[in-house]
Design a protein around this ligand. Sequence first.
Ligand code: PLP
Length: 387
Amino acid sequence: MTLSRGRDLVAIPGPSVIPDRVLAAMHRAAPSIYEGEIQAITNSVVSDLKRVAKTSGNVALYVGNGHAVWEASLANLVAPGDHVLVLASGNFGRGWANTAERMGIVVELLDFGFRAPPDPQRLEDRLRADSAGKFKAVLAVQVDTASSLIADIPALRAAIDAAGHPALLMADCIACLACDRFDMDTWGVDVALAACQKGLMTPPGVAMTFHNARAEAARMPCASPYWDWGPRIEPELYYHYFCGTAPTHHLYGLHTALEMLLDEEGLEAAWRRHAVLARAVWAALDVWGSEGALEANVADPANRSHAVTTVRTAPGAATRLRNWCDEMAGLTLGIGLCTPDQDRDSLFRIGHMGHLNPPMLLGALGTIEAGLRAIGLPHGTGAGDAA
Ligand SMILES: *Cc1c(COP(=O)(O)O)cnc(C)c1O
């Protein structure tokens, strides 16, 4: 049996819910790519994206997903044989590290486990010990989408500065741009990465890097014409923006999403909304967890993302709950992504990013509670009230 005959909800950490207006903007005939509207739309997307990242630096756009900009960011700054220091507090730092290794870059991993964010003191200590300055960059993930930990990016910047180390600070903001506060220039981030399918509410397919003057000065001749920032940040011809055919329909969609985010809601308001909705999730979790069968992966709310929450359950319960919610109710929860020492059937994730309001989120929480009852997992009651 299923009760799911309405609009299904994906509450996963990307792709997130796509607003109807974004879909409608994409539903059109192919535009001319030689002149006219699409070029104006692209220029507007470029300047709007800089407003979202809060930078006056450069943005390079790619037809691609998050993995594409992991590679793009490294290809312009770090040569094979160079060293980088990667901070991992979940899975995604490891993923970026793996990309770097495959590119011939020498990676050192500072691992903070699955339940604690990167420790700025450990970063500072490690960089102080690198008196030769061999690390070209520190790679940090702002929100690790597997663990739902948020890194304190300004504190990481301060640690690099305190150590007097010249490494560039590169931040993967793919999970949380436009959801959790991010202020690239004020925070001294040299390179930031994002993709359009999470907080930016657009179907997967466009990703971007942002970089400041310091990173521009450190830019090396890029071995790959495709990843090369040069033409993408200073296109002489329209096709240089994407090193080939532009993702025309995605640009219409992203343009509308950015208009909704920046001009209608406002970035500060969007951050606040995400904080409020996240607190509703955590309040429900506190109540459900009072029977000891489930809990937030991240104990301290200060270390939790406002975009996604990872939940730990009694053995196997997470997968049973996800299956029930999916089949019975049309609610898709995020699978457990984990390091080898974790059990993926005992982890699930609630994505609460992007195009989301209280009826959607409270509906999801109510559905989860029904699921907890259906699978027989002991839980406290009154979570809806708390949320
Ligand atoms: C989603 C995500 C990625 C990977 O993005 P894809 O589009 O799946 O390649 C990388 N880093 C973080 C933090 C993410 O949330």
